[in-house]
Ligand binder design. Structure first.
Ligand code: 0D3
Ligand code: CA
Ligand code: ZN
Ligand code: ZN
Length: 474
């Protein structure tokens, strides 16, 4: 201990080149001063080696081991023998022209090129870090996800419960996988390639200081890199790439995917095509017209077909005013057709289903959040819901899917026992399948094909049948 302190002033005066000189290698030939300079520049540029000026006397020993560490990192990356020495082979690689040349593919994939089959990917934050405010953590992840979804046709949806494709968490040391973290510095985080279970998950080393600003490691920058792994990219040799193996974050404003990252992600998922509404409006008065979904939101009945919606406003006792628009105008997060929708007037909330996702909408045109339909307790065989209707009198929501229906208890937040049951058994007068449903006063209006059935749920019978599109004034 004492001895070490005595050495500090002496070591402190050493310059980096001298540290490199003292590395245990054949000292007569290697390295030549110009090679030392080259190596120094190389490690500074590509391996974040701090310039000599920053290494205070007290840290000079660690500077020496840092240089060795950086050489090791570089050797690992290039598949060289990991010696930590500036040996001839290592120097040779350092002298090779490095990328910077466009059109050179530097990105790479996992063996077998695993990727997500569905381009709508869910994520969940399972554990937060105490280093940052929760909303800053969420913002860091949103910004990192946006880098990738801007480059390829990918959409990310945050879910708050249940299962998610990508689960973010913070942990230290041993944390339940085969890759324990290493304390401060060194490894910052890791992520699993796309797949089931832990596939896609991202773990951050809680022993690092995470930040939304300057000090410590930028959660945004590290998340951006890890998400590359979660989406199927491995490390890139391009030093400007986000997928380059080492952290070298400067400032948030200029942090973006490099061309190499974009080429990599587009090789996996294709080019981003900005979805412009090209689909023509459905011919609503066609005799074969049917609905995808229907719901009452506040004082409007909203009907969905393909990517279109019609809103019928109720004023006093008669229906007037019919508005037509693209669903995306009012529901920006919804870009496909709507399968089913229901509202709970007492909560002022509507739930909109598309595929295995649902959205919670608080007023049309307001920010919504999403979840997985399996949170409701549907069997995994259910791929989408055909129709949904909430019966406020009983606090139950009825879901129609295929030839069966489920009954969900909104208060207990679970499916009632004994479901699913056949639609035909319990809904006399209603066809085997239902496309859409909404409730108005004492009736449930059920849509099947071209017909609209007014069903009195107290008497359990159909009281009126009209054509579905007569709701649209046809
Ligand atoms: C890592 O921990 C990567 C994470 C990473 C890499 C580049 C940009 C952001 C996050 C594991 S997948 N790399 C180590 C690292 O950069 C080698 N450590 C900190 C350092 O300053 N060298
Ligand atoms: Ca670490
Ligand atoms: Zn882990
Ligand atoms: Zn990495």
């Amino acid at each position: 201990m004492e001895l070490l302190w005595l050495w500090i002033p002496v070591l402190g005066s050493l310059v980096l080149a001298e540290v490199l000189w003292t590395l245990p290698i054949d000292q007569d030939q290697w390295p030549r001063p110009e090679d030392v300079e080259l190596a120094q520049g190389y490690l500074t540029r590509f391996y974040n080696l701090s310039p000599r000026g920053r290494a205070s006397g007290r840290r000079i020993r660690s500077t020496s081991s840092t240089v060795e560490q950086k050489i090791r990192e570089m050797q690992t990356f290039f598949g060289l023998r990991e010696t930590g020495d500036l040996d001839p082979t290592t120097l040779h690689v350092m002298k090779e022209p490095r990328c910077g040349v466009p059109d050179v593919e530097n990105f790479s994939f996992y063996p077998g090129k695993p990727k997500w089959k569905n381009h709508t990917i869910t994520y969940m934050i399972a554990k937060y870090t105490p280093d940052m405010k929760r909303e800053d953590v969420e913002q860091a992840f949103r910004s990192a996800l946006k880098l990738w979804s801007d480059a390829a046709p990918l959409r990310f949806i945050q879910v708050k419960h249940g299962k998610a494709d990508i689960v973010f968490s913070f942990a230290r040391r041993t944390h339940g996988d085969f890759f324990p973290f290493d304390g401060p510095r060194g490894v910052l985080a890791h992520a699993f390639q796309p797949g089931q279970g832990t596939g896609g998950d991202v773990h951050f080393d809680e022993d690092e200081t995470w930040t939304a600003g300057r000090q410590g490691y930028s959660l945004f920058a590290v998340a951006a890199h890890e998400l590359g792994h979660s989406l199927g990219l491995t490390h890139s040799r391009d030093p400007s790439a986000v997928m380059y193996p080492n952290y070298r974050y400067q400032s948030g404003a200029q942090y973006a995917l490099a061309k190499d990252d974009v080429l990599g992600i587009q090789t996996l998922y294709g080019k981003e095509t900005r979805k412009v509404e090209t689909q023509p409006a459905p011919k609503k008065c066609d005799p074969n017209f049917s609905f995808d979904a229907a719901v009452m939101i506040e004082n409007e009945i909203v009907f969905f077909k393909n990517r279109y919606m019609w809103m019928r406003t109720m004023q006093t006792t008669y229906w007037n005013r019919l508005r037509e628009s693209h669903s995306s105008t009012y529901l920006p997060s919804i870009s496909s057709h709507v399968d089913a929708a229901y509202d709970i007037p007492a909560k002022g909330v509507a739930y909109i289903f598309t595929g295995h996702k649902y959205w919670v909408v608080r007023e049309l045109k307001m920010k919504s959040h999403a979840g997985s339909i399996y949170e409701y307790g549907f069997s995994s065989q259910v791929r989408q819901v055909d129709a949904a209707v909430h019966i406020s009198e009983s606090g139950k929501t009825v879901f129609f899917t295929g030839e069966v229906y489920y009954r969900y208890d909104e208060r207990r937040r679970r499916m009632d026992a004994g479901f699913p049951r056949l639609i035909q058994t319990d809904w006399p007068g209603i066809p085997r399948r239902v496309d859409a449903a909404f409730k108005l006063d004492g009736s449930i209006f059920l849509f099947s094909g071209t017909q609209s059935y007014q069903y009195d749920f107290r008497q359990n019978r159909v009281v009126k049948i009209i054509s579905a599109n007569s709701w649209l004034g046809c």
